[in-house]
Every structure is written in structure tokens, then in C-alpha cells.
Design a protein around this ligand. Sequence first.
Ligand SMILES: Cc1cc2nc3c(=O)[nH]c(=O)nc-3n(C[C@H](O)[C@H](O)[C@H](O)COP(=O)(O)O)c2cc1C
Length: 205
Amino acid sequence: MKKQFKLLSIILVAAIMTAALAGCAERNRAPQVDEQDLTKDTSVLVVYFTWSGHLDSMAHWIADETGGDILRVLAKNEYPESYNDTADRAKKEKDDGVRPEITVSLTAEQMAKYDTVFIGFPVWWYDLPMPMWTFLESVDLSGKTVNIFFSHEGTSDGGSALATIKTLAKGATVNTDNALSIRGSKVKNSEEDVREWVKELGYSK
Ligand SMILES: Cc1cc2nc3c(=O)[nH]c(=O)nc-3n(C[C@H](O)[C@H](O)[C@H](O)COP(=O)(O)O)c2cc1C
């Protein structure tokens, strides 16, 4: 019985990763450039990670709709341009519990500006990409509201990512019931949906 379950899990993982690969076949790694504006008169921060750019689009729509600041989390050691190499490295980092060094850090003073943090990421290996673990462990989110948006190629419930954020964002009110999930291939036509989600949450400026 146990063996059968293991086999089933392997088949399932293989199927989802094939779908994910197919979804990414025509895409490349987005430019690995810093993206941040922490200067607005706002209590909202939009922080995100992206490899092929979907989350970049979603994060900018949300920042525009909320009037919030924006911050992209980047790994110091860039992920490879090749999807397969990135998938391999990400898998190893997750299996080994690695916290990759990131290029951004926010001081407690900078964080004090925000009441609400929107956290965005692509699902990586059914969880949060490890650079976002690094980020979430580097800031104090207690007392803040956290809203979640993500993209995927099949893991539409985010896998373990929402539970991970809840664990890492200690003392925050994590809004897991209203997380925004959009399939990667649908992101480019989803601006209205993303803005509508922000409006429904009550954060439209
Ligand atoms: C390393 C890696 C692992 C991934 N793992 C999953 C996964 O477990 N489940 C899934 O549905 N999609 C997975 N994907 C697909 C991405 O979540 C999806 O393509 C997403 O839209 C990418 O967002 P981005 O363009 O902001 O990087 C994975 C992609 C990469 C690069």
C-alpha cells in the first residue's frame, strides 16, 4: 500500500513538472535586475520573487492599484538561464533547506512604514522559492496584514507555500483564504482580474 502511494506520488510529481516545463517552454529567465521603489507615501509594500517574469507583471499591477511600494527579491547568486538547471538547483535548495543569500534587506525602520505586505511568488516544487524563505526570515512582519498572490503551472492551491508563509510571517495576520492564484500561461491577460482582487480586498487607492 505504502509502495503504491509512493509510486502514485512519483507519477503525480512527474506529470505536474512536465506540465510546468511545457508551460515554460517558450519562456526565458527574466532580466535579473533590481526592482524597487520604497519612496511612496503609502503603508503598503508589494514584495515578490520571479524567474520568468510573471510575478513581475502581477506585482506591478498590484503596486499600481494600491499605490504601494515595490520590492523584488533577487538571489545574489543568480538562477541559471536554463529552466532545467534552475529546476535542479531549486529542488536541491528545497531538499537541503538552503536559504540563498538575497540582494535586498529592509531595516526595522523601513518595515515600520508598512501595515500591509503583499507577497508574490511562483510556486517552486510545490512550495515557496527558497529566496523568499530568506526574505521572510529577515523581516519582522508581526502586527501586519499579509496578502498572497502567486503563479503556477498546475499547483493552483500553492502546494505548501501558503502554510510556509504562515509559519515564517510570525505574528502577522496572513490572509490565506483570499490568496490570488493565476496559471502562468494566463498571467499576461489577467491584469483586470488582478486589479479586481485588490479592489475586493479593499486596497484600491
Ligand atoms: C524551479 C521551478 C519549479 C517549479 N515548480 C512548480 C510546481 O511545483 N508546481 C507548479 O504548478 N508550477 C511549478 N513551476 C512553474 C512556475 O510556478 C510557473 O511557471 C510560474 O508562472 C512562473 O512564474 P515567474 O514567471 O514569475 O517565474 C516551477 C517553475 C520553476 C522554474
